[in-house]
Design a protein around this ligand. Structure first.
Ligand code: NAD
Length: 468
């Protein structure tokens, strides 16, 4: 019988998404011999089926919107339209380019890339199928991510009933799309496709879009979706979806069926822990199938770490990367434990949303005496020059320490602006320090300084009430 090949490494990473590949690079930087096993495409869901293609489509939508709104600025574009196959091809080229960049990074760090499906053979070795190569390692990092979840009566069929995995591969711009689930994916997909001309309906079981997000953050997003003609049905319960050939038929409890070219089910994700032979390593999962980790990001089995979506919510690429990096440092003895720095969350709606830390309601629940200040972009010179007056920045501070403990930004550029607040929080800065740091004029970032000034009762471009 032919013996399978076997190699020894300091670290083996299972999964090449933003958690896994960052971890591999950090291990290599620390002088370790590393292998990364990936069964699909490098970059994981983020690069190939999530963040990157979604943002590329949203760039197309934003360009369309800017040109449409450009009439006031003197822009004429009588023949505006979308050549969707070309859009999709450009989107694929963006993904290909970044994937090649990731591959190059791994190779230049001497990480051995192994194409295959890894399964644990023991707590210190995995086998990569179909090659059958056995990889022994002192440290193993599980970074296998998550996949879209479907529900009874709404099973994915990759034809009319699709998940976010298929949405970027559609051959043509859909005429109509019923989105089940008004969470982050539902809102982002609706924003992009509605702007490109698809007729969209969002069906959400709860009483607001983006459940769990503060109402005043969600409200400008809802207004904007309404302007795009998106039909939002809240507190709506889908009883089933059928593939009827040329369309999907969505049935409701107590309401007539509706038809759409596709039904996108975006009701959450589940961890990829069921196909890696985790029992052979003795790694414990929780009730929902997530890998349990301690403050060292280590599982119950010493030397086996887990990072990213497999460890639970929030499913955010930047969280996965931060954990991947930390797991490598901990495994190499370069740090003792991991504490997540202030973690910004962003929704690429239009207007964008960026939040970090707590809002006033969270602060109150935590027994913190909070103060806040708000600045509306309607008072920002830069927002006026962009023709983007909607939204605001809100800054939340702790009255006892004066420290910045949270920020909520809705508006153009929120996804970038929120980083300033996350940085200030991670350095324990006070609201006073944010207010007194000089921001260039005219920029959207001034709104952060203005909101901080408003929180301290001395707004310049806004009123003390936070209304510009
Ligand atoms: P989600 O948890 O954000 O939203 C799912 C939504 O589906 C919720 O609003 C929920 O109430 C609703 N829902 C559940 N069951 C339903 C039913 N039977 N009928 C109607 N509605 C139902 O999940 P998602 O949108 O699928 O996204 C998955 C994950 O990916 C999220 O955790 C999200 O944070 C992450 N993600 C992040 C970004 C980003 O950071 N910008 C972008 C996309 C996705």
């Amino acid at each position: 019988m032919e013996r399978s090949r076997s190699r020894s490494y300091d670290a083996v990473i299972i999964g090449g998404g933003p958690g896994g590949y960052v971890s591999a690079i950090r291990f290599a930087q620390l002088g370790r011999r590393v292998a990364l096993v990936e069964k699909g495409l490098l970059g994981g869901a983020c690069l190939n089926r999530g963040c990157v293609p979604m943002k590329a489509l949203l760039s197309v939508a934003k360009t369309l919107k800017d040109v449409r709104k450009g009439a006031r600025m003197g822009i004429t574009a009588p023949q505006l339209g979308v050549d969707y196959p070309k859009t999709a091809a450009w989107n694929r080229s963006v993904m290909d380019r970044f994937r090649r960049a990731v591959e190059l990074l791994l190779k230049s760090n001497q990480v051995d890339l192994i194409a295959g499906s890894a399964r644990f053979r023991s707590a210190t070795s995995v086998e990569a199928a179909p090659g059958g190569e056995v990889l022994d390692a002192k440290a193993i990092v599980i970074a296998t991510g998550s996949r879209p979840m479907d529900l009874p009566g709404m099973r994915f069929d990759a034809s009319r009933i699709i998940s976010s995995d298929e949405i970027f591969g559609l051959p043509a711009l859909p005429k109509s799309l019923a989105i089940i689930g008004g969470g982050v994916i539902g809102v982002e997909v609706a924003t992009a496709f509605a702007e490109m001309g698809t007729s969209i309906m969002i069906i959400e079981i709860m009483d607001q879009l983006m459940p769990g997000w503060p109402k005043d953050v969600v409200s400008p997003v809802c207004d904007s979706l309404a302007k795009l003609g998106v039909d939002v049905r809240l507190k709506a319960r889908v009883s089933g979806i059928r593939n009827e050939g040329p369309h999907a038929a969505v049935s409701f409890e107590g309401a007539p069926d509706l038809q759409a070219e596709y039904a996108l089910v975006a009701v959450g994700r589940r961890p990829n822990t069921d196909e890696i032979g985790i029992e052979a390593a003795g790694v414990e999962l929780d009730r929902k199938g997530f890998v349990k980790v301690n403050r060292r990001l280590e599982t119950n089995v010493g030397g086996i770490f887990a990072v990213g979506d497999v460890t639970g919510v929030p499913y955010l690429a930047h969280r996965s990367s931060e954990q991947g990096l930390a797991a490598a440092e901990i495994a190499c003895g370069a740090r003792g434990s991991f504490e997540m720095p202030p973690l910004p969350s962003v929704v690429y709606s239009d207007p964008e949303v960026g939040v970090v830390g707590v809002d006033e309601a969270d602060a109150a629940r935590q027994g913190c005496d909070a103060f806040s200040g708000r600045f509306a972009f309607a008072g920002s010179a830069r927002a006026m020059t962009l023709g983007r007056l909607e939204g605001y920045v809100k800054i939340v501070g702790d009255r006892k320490t004066g420290r910045l403990i949270g920020a909520q930004i809705v508006g153009a550029g929120a996804s970038d602006l929120i980083s300033e607040c996350a940085l200030a929080m991670s350095r324990n800065m006070t609201v006073e320090e944010v207010a007194s740091s000089v921001h260039p004029h005219p920029t959207l970032s001034e709104a952060i300084m203005e909101a901080a000034k408003a929180a301290l009762g001395r707004p310049i471009h806004g009123s003390a009430s936070g209304k510009a």
